[in-house]
Design a protein around this ligand. Structure first.
Ligand SMILES: Cc1cc2nc3c(=O)[nH]c(=O)nc-3n(C[C@H](O)[C@H](O)[C@H](O)COP(=O)(O)OP(=O)(O)OC[C@H]3O[C@@H](n4cnc5c(N)ncnc54)[C@H](O)[C@@H]3O)c2cc1C
Length: 405
C-alpha cells in the first residue's frame, strides 16, 4: 500500500487547481482522474475575472491568454422583437481582466496540470477511478482506486473528493446533498459558423424556448434549454421539430440545422444541490461534489476554483506539518458556504422567475421595458457578482522550488 500527503479524486477545475496549489507549495499530492484525457465537450467554458486573477497570481495569465479563446465583455439577451438586452457589462470592472474568457475546458485543465507537473510533489494518474475510501473508525485515511494495472490503495493525511456532482467519494463517505431542483435540462450540439455570423456569445430567449450560442470560431456550440426531464418528449416529436425550432430562434442557422441529429447531441441534466457537511475527519469535499451549481451565470468552474484556492490557503501549513484537524475543515466549509449559498440563491431566483415561465410559455413573452443594465445599482451589482462572485479568494500560498530537469 502506498502513501501520500494529499490524495485528490477528480481532475476537474476544483481538483486540478487544488493539486497545482498544493504541489506549488511543496506538498506531496496525487491527483486521480478516471478518464484518459480532459476532453469533455459540452461542459462549461467560462473563465471569469476571479479565476483569471488567480491564474495571474500564479504567473499563468499569459500562458492562459495564449490559449485559443474569445473574450466576452458583455452578456446580451436576444429577444423575439429583435431587441438585444444587455444583462451585464464587465467593461468597467476594476480588474486586469474585465471580461469572461471562453476557453474549452480541456485546454484550461491541460494548462493547470502541466503547471503542476513542474513541481516535484505532483503526481497525476489518469484512468484511475476512485472506488472507495479507506476508513479507520470515523476517519478517512485515503482511497481505493482502479487503473489499467488493477486495484490499489493509497493512504493519505487528507483525502479530497473533487469528483463532481455524481461524487463517488461523497457516496463512499455516506454524505448526501440536499437537492433544490432545477426546471431545466440542457441539450448541447454544434452547428457550423459561417462568414458574416455574429461574433458574440449570447442568450436567445423566446416564449417557451431558450438557447445559449457560444462562438467557438469554426462552429457554434449551442445549449438548447428544455424542461426538466423533457428529452424523451422532444425526441418523440422528431428531429425536424428541433431543427425547425432552432431555425425559428436563430434564423441565420435555419439552413445549417439540417445537419442536426439526435445522435450528435448530448443531454446534460441540470442539478442544484449542496451538502450540509463538506467534511469528515481526514476528508474534504469541494467543487460540484460539495455543491452542484446550475449553469445559470456560468459560474460553476469559478466556484470550484475558489474552493480550491481557499482550501490551499488554509490547509497547506497543516499538510506540510502532517496533520489536518477537522476543525480546520469545518472552518473552510464555513468560509465557502457563504458564496455557495448566495450564488445558488441567485440561480434559484433566475430559474424560478425567468427560466421556468419562459420554458412553460406561461409568460406570453419575456418583456424587458428597460434593460437591467440601465439601472445603475443593478448594473454595478451584476458586474461584481458575475465578475468576482461573492468573497473572492486570492492565492496566499508560497511557491516551493520547481522540479529539476
Ligand atoms: C449543462 C451544464 C453547463 C454548465 N455550464 C457552465 C459554464 O458555462 N460555466 C461554468 O463555470 N460552469 C458551468 N457548469 C458547471 C461546471 O461544469 C461545474 O460546476 C464545474 O465543472 C465543477 O468543477 P468540479 O471540478 O467540481 O467538478 P467536475 O468538473 O465535474 O470534475 C470532476 C472530475 O472528477 C472525475 N471523476 C468523477 N468520478 C471520479 C472517480 N470516481 N475517480 C476519479 N475521478 C473521477 C471526472 O471525470 C471529472 O474530471 C455547467 C454545468 C452543466 C451541467
Amino acid at each position: 500500500m502506498s502513501k501520500t500527503t494529499c490524495v485528490i479524486a477528480g481532475g476537474g477545475p476544483a481538483g486540478a487547481v487544488l493539486a497545482l496549489l498544493l504541489a506549488r507549495a511543496g506538498v506531496e499530492v496525487t491527483l486521480l482522474e478516471k478518464h484518459a484525457d480532459f476532453l469533455r465537450d459540452f461542459r462549461g467554458d467560462t473563465i471569469h475575472p476571479s479565476t483569471q486573477e488567480v491564474l495571474d497570481e500564479l504567473g499563468l495569465a499569459e500562458e492562459f491568454l495564449a490559449l485559443p479563446h474569445r473574450k466576452a465583455y458583455e452578456l446580451d439577451m436576444w429577444l423575439d422583437d429583435g431587441r438585444v438586452v444587455e444583462i451585464a457589462s464587465l467593461r468597467e470592472l476594476k480588474s486586469k481582466f474585465p471580461y469572461i474568457a471562453f476557453v474549452p475546458q480541456w485546454d484550461f485543465l491541460q494548462l493547470i496540470v502541466a503547471a503542476a507537473g513542474r513541481y516535484p510533489g505532483f503526481r497525476l494518474v489518469m484512468e484511475a477511478e476512485v472506488t472507495g475510501v479507506i476508513r479507520e473508525g470515523n476517519a478517512v485515511r485515503g482511497v481505493r482506486y482502479r487503473d489499467a494495472e488493477g486495484e490499489h490503495e493509497l493512504r493519505a493525511t487528507l483525502t479530497v473528493g473533487a469528483d463532481g456532482r455524481h461524487s463517488d467519494v461523497r457516496r463512499a463517505a455516506g454524505l448526501v446533498p440536499v437537492e433544490f431542483g432545477a426546471p431545466m435540462d440542457v441539450l448541447w450540439f454544434r452547428l457550423p459558423r459561417e462568414h458574416g455570423d455574429s461574433e458574440e456569445t449570447f442568450l436567445r430567449v423566446s416564449s417557451g424556448r431558450m438557447m445559449v450560442a457560444i462562438n467557438r470560431e469554426t462552429y457554434w456550440q449551442l445549449a438548447y434549454v428544455i424542461p426538466k426531464g423533457g428529452y424523451d418528449r422532444l425526441r418523440s416529436r422528431g428531429i425536424e421539430t428541433l431543427r425547425a425550432s432552432v431555425g425559428e430562434l436563430l434564423p441565420f442557422l435555419a439552413g445549417r440545422a439540417a445537419e442536426l441529429a439526435f445522435e450528435r447531441t448530448s443531454v446534460l441534466q441540470v442539478a442544484l444541490n449542496r451538502l450540509r457537511r463538506w467534511h469528515r475527519p481526514g476528508l474534504l469535499l469541494i467543487g460540484d461534489a460539495a455543491h452542484a451549481m446550475s449553469p445559470v451565470f456560468g459560474v460553476g468552474i469559478n466556484l470550484a476554483v475558489q474552493d480550491a484556492v481557499a482550501a490551499a490557503n488554509l490547509l497547506t501549513g497543516p499538510l506540510l506539518a502532517g496533520e489536518v484537524p477537522e476543525s480546520l475543515l469545518r472552518r473552510l466549509q464555513r468560509r465557502r458556504m457563504i458564496p455557495t449559498v448566495v450564488t445558488q440563491l441567485a440561480q434559484r431566483v433566475v430559474q424560478d422567475r425567468l427560466i421556468r415561465p419562459a420554458l412553460t410559455g406561461a409568460a406570453p413573452s419575456v418583456r424587458f421595458p428597460v434593460s437591467p443594465a440601465q439601472i445603475p445599482v443593478v448594473r454595478d451589482l451584476a458586474r461584481r457578482f458575475i465578475g468576482f462572485g461573492v468573497l473572492p479568494e486570492h492565492v496566499r500560498t508560497p511557491e516551493a522550488p520547481v522540479r529539476v530537469r
